[in-house]
Design a protein around this ligand. Structure first.
Ligand SMILES: Nc1ncnc2c1ncn2[C@@H]1O[C@H](COP(=O)(O)OS(=O)(=O)O)[C@@H](OP(=O)(O)O)[C@H]1O
Ligand SMILES: Nc1ncnc2c1ncn2[C@@H]1O[C@H](COP(=O)(O)OP(=O)(O)O)[C@@H](O)[C@H]1O
Length: 177
């Protein structure tokens, strides 16, 4: 089966992880090999020691992009729910896939910051508001929204199932599902 990297970029609490796992379930049900490269897990091992400076985020995204491409070039659907806030970091990952001839899709989970901060799945927005942390993406740290993603998901106007169905439809359209 053809592998591919599907990168879900967006703010904290946008819905990246939820959608990655929902899509993973659907793809596995259809017999695809799937890995979800979750940002939090990667930061415990592969990117242990990295913080949230621009440089560290870039390094983190390049490492994850490298592993995703290895998996994708071996027939795996690599689903990557990672913020990746900088356009040049994302472009470098896309370029690596292009030069290897490996399919790559960029999905912007475009939930507005107001909705994300209400969801606040991990309590980060509250901590930032209380002055306990700083440098939170979308609040007091940059997020460069993709100019022309393969798909933009408005998760605040859809159920998880509807968003996952839109993602699945994109893969089908590209001959990947
Ligand atoms: N300052 C700050 N800014 C953004 N995110 C923060 C921060 N501190 C901790 N976290 C938590 O770390 C997760 C983001 O890690 P990523 O590897 O996806 O980010 S990045 O691409 O390297 O920017 C992110 O996970 P998600 O909420 O799933 O997006 C956060 O839970
Ligand atoms: N259409 C949707 N797609 C994804 N998540 C949604 C959607 N609608 C509501 N949510 C909720 O938003 C939250 C997103 O959290 P999470 O997936 O952990 O975000 P992220 O990985 O981007 O930080 C979850 O509680 C999820 O149930």
């Amino acid at each position: 089966m053809t592998g591919a990297t599907i990168w879900l970029t967006g703010l904290p609490s946008a819905g990246k992880t939820t959608l990655a796992h929902e899509l993973a379930g659907r793809l596995r049900g259809d017999g695809h090999r799937v890995e979800v490269l979750d940002g939090d897990e990667i930061r415990e091992f592969l990117s242990a020691g990295l913080g949230f400076t621009r440089e560290d985020r870039h390094t983190n995204v390049q490492r994850i992009g490298f592993v995703a491409e290895l998996l994708a070039s071996n027939g795996v659907k690599a689903l990557v729910p990672v913020i990746a806030p900088y356009a040049d970091s994302r472009e470098a990952v896309r370029g690596r896939h292009q030069s290897e001839g490996t399919p790559y899709l960029e999905v912007h989970v475009a939930t507005p910051v107001e909705v994300c901060s209400e969801r606040d799945v991990k309590g980060l927005y509250a901590k930032q508001a209380a002055g306990e942390i700083s440098g939170l993406t979308g609040v007091d740290d940059p997020y460069e929204a993709p100019a022309s993603p393969d798909l933009r998901i408005e998760s605040h106007t859809q159920t998880v199932q509807e968003s996952a169905a839109a993602l699945h439809a994109l893969l089908t359209e590209r001959g990947l599902a």
